[in-house]
Design a protein around this ligand. Structure first.
Ligand code: DX5
Ligand code: ZN
Length: 219
């Protein structure tokens, strides 16, 4: 069964001085989810935003807030991100010693649980937690910054993960370097959700940019 393609703009590429307005603009431009990149300057070499910003943005959209935690440890902050109004909380498989526990905690907080893999982590890292998962996020760049180039070797990883998922109700998402050129490589192997930062926010034409990604994947 094929499901409609979902586009999740990363607000990492938004104007941080006008974040509420930016979230309303991507919502109006036809995004499906709002992707929030949380970085701690420790797990990744950049620092972004925390749960208070998610809380402040929550009233600006009814769409799914997809929180990507690039922080280690993640467990002490899961409750705060849940209470802030996140719908999906994704942790990195590389970020802590007890991935299964982190996923159980997210679900116990009433949220969808995601796991992300950095480019070098094989799909076998999540083989035994598949039944604790609602989402798998394949990083197609090294996490930390927007505007990097898509790593083509990740397409084969997406294909293998899609096969591992089988009929389980798990969404497959990719993040990093997604453009109208690279997006079709992902959807051709069954990716459900595309995160895109620079490709959505560039030039200020959000609706046009989102439509260009959808169009590229439809053909
Ligand atoms: C990278 C972030 C991505 C990134 C995507 O660590 O997780 O969400 O902002 O940005 P682009 O689409 O510009 O690669
Ligand atoms: Zn992200």
């Amino acid at each position: 069964m094929s499901t409609p393609l979902l586009i999740a703009p990363s607000i990492l590429s938004a104007d941080f001085a006008r974040l509420g307005e930016e979230v309303r603009a991507i919502d109006a431009a036809g995004c499906d989810w709002v992707h929030v990149d949380v970085m701690d300057g420790h797990f990744v070499p950049n620092i972004t935003i925390g749960p208070d910003v998610v809380k402040a943005l929550r009233p600006h959209t009814k769409k799914i807030i997809d929180v990507h935690l690039m922080i280690a440890p993640a467990d002490p902050y899961l409750e705060a991100f849940a209470k802030a109004g996140s719908d999906i909380i994704t942790v990195h498989a590389e970020a802590g010693p007890h991935l299964h526990r982190s996923l159980q905690t997210i679900r116990a907080l009433g949220k969808k649980a995601g796991v992300s893999l950095t480019p070098e982590t094989p799909e076998s890292a999540i083989e035994y937690v598949l039944d604790q998962l609602d989402l798998i996020l394949v990083m197609t760049v090294n996490p930390g910054f927007g505007g990097q180039a898509f790593i083509p070797a990740m397409v084969e990883k997406m294909r293998r993960i899609k096969a591992m998922i089988g009929k389980r109700p798990i969404q497959l998402e990719v993040d990093g370097g997604v453009t109208p050129e690279t997006a079709p490589l992902c959807t051709s192997v069954g990716v459900d959700v595309l995160v895109a930062g620079s490709a959505v926010f560039r030039g200020g034409k959000y609706a046009e940019n989102i439509a260009a990604i959808r169009r590229a994947c439809a053909s």
